[in-house]
Write a protein that binds this ligand. Structure first.
Ligand SMILES: Cc1cc2nc3c(=O)[nH]c(=O)nc-3n(C[C@H](O)[C@H](O)[C@H](O)COP(=O)(O)OP(=O)(O)OC[C@H]3O[C@@H](n4cnc5c(N)ncnc54)[C@H](O)[C@@H]3O)c2cc1C
Length: 291
């Protein structure tokens, strides 16, 4: 199928883009890599009179180390994130998540800002942002603001951003010290969205007790989630006494809005999720212990 007719706009600056969005109102939609939006337009699941393409906004592309965090421009492609030595060194979880997104053709066009603004509950970048307590930077006619990942993902494909708000960049905190990171997911075919997955970050103190931990879950609710209860239970415990299977079971036990469809029941996804968490826990702890 072909999309319904639309007017195409390619502003040269972020200010021009938000002015256009404000002027055109609800009939306008931002176009980034098009890897989620274009299929929806082609299938006519979404119809917009105006598309505001971000391709000329060079300021939205790039990766910059800022001491204890790394800024990634919203227009940076998944491929550029995956190739970046800075991301690999300072934000390994983001680096490891990248090859799990679709196929290389999708990663060449898709942008990190598009993936995060699209807010798919089974997407890898949203859950990594949530796990690492990333900050989303936005611009609208009302000015700039920063939204914490914990407040950003508000529902299925829904975020705290207004229709005239542009995501300009994401800041990922760097976890120093004895830290380890892992992302695990189960998908029916390579490149498919995950049926259930997890991203875990853990830091150990000098006595090998859990000093800081974040357990993110994806594909297991209408939004990416943090398993907050198990995170608080793990703090301060000697890592050697923690069973990976126990972490997996506890992280998924209380979930009450797991999706179910022809690919799997909620109960099946819960069990798969528990196994993914156990696997990721083992790998993250191993990395932290070797640091
Ligand atoms: C076959 C296939 C498999 C895929 N598999 C996966 C997968 O496994 N995991 C995964 O996470 N994704 C997957 N995707 C989606 C892909 O990662 C997209 O690239 C990504 O979700 C959207 O990025 P984009 O730049 O293409 O955004 P677009 O499609 O252009 O836009 C997506 C949405 O975000 C909005 N938007 C884009 N940029 C901004 C911005 N800067 N500010 C505000 N709003 C903005 C748009 O208005 C639109 O609503 C898959 C896609 C396909 C086609």
């Amino acid at each position: 199928m072909k999309p319904a007719a639309f007017d195409y706009h390619a502003p040269g600056t972020a200010d021009e883009a938000v002015a256009l969005l404000a002027e055109l109102g609800e009939e306008a939609k931002i176009l980034a890599g098009g890897q989620s939006l274009v299929p929806m337009l082609a299938l006519r699941l979404a119809v917009f009179d105006h598309l505001v393409d971000l391709r000329r906004l060079d300021d939205l592309r790039g990766i910059e180390s800022r001491g204890d965090s790394v800024w990634v421009g919203a227009g940076t492609t998944h491929a550029a994130v995956g190739r970046s030595p800075e991301i690999r060194r300072a934000v390994p979880l983001l680096h490891r998540a990248t090859p799990l997104i679709g196929h290389f053709q999708i990663r060449n066009r898709g942008t990190i800002g598009g993936a995060i603004a699209h807010a798919d509950a089974a997407g890898e970048y949203p859950v990594v942002a949530l796990t690492l307590d990333a900050q989303m930077h936005t611009l609208s006619p009302r000015g700039q603001r920063t939204v914490a990942a914990a407040d950003y993902f508000t529902g299925m494909w829904t975020t705290a951003m207004e229709a005239d708000e542009l995501l300009t960049g994401i800041t990922f905190p760097v976890w120093p010290g004895r830290s380890g990171f892992a992302i695990e997911e189960f998908a029916r075919r390579a490149g498919d969205f995950a049926m259930a997955g997890t991203s875990i970050a853990v830091r150990l103190d000098a006595d090998s007790r859990i000093e800081k931990v974040a357990v993110g879950l994806f594909g297991l609710a209408p939004t990416p989630l943090r398993a907050a209860a198990i995170e608080s239970e793990l703090i301060g415990r000697p890592v050697a006494e923690i069973e990976a299977a126990e972490v997996g079971r506890s992280a998924t036990a209380a979930l009450d809005s797991i999706p179910a469809d022809i690919h799997g029941s909620a109960d099946y996804r819960r069990r798969v999720g528990a196994v993914m968490v156990a696997r990721a826990w083992t790998r993250a702890v191993e990395e932290a212990s070797n640091d």
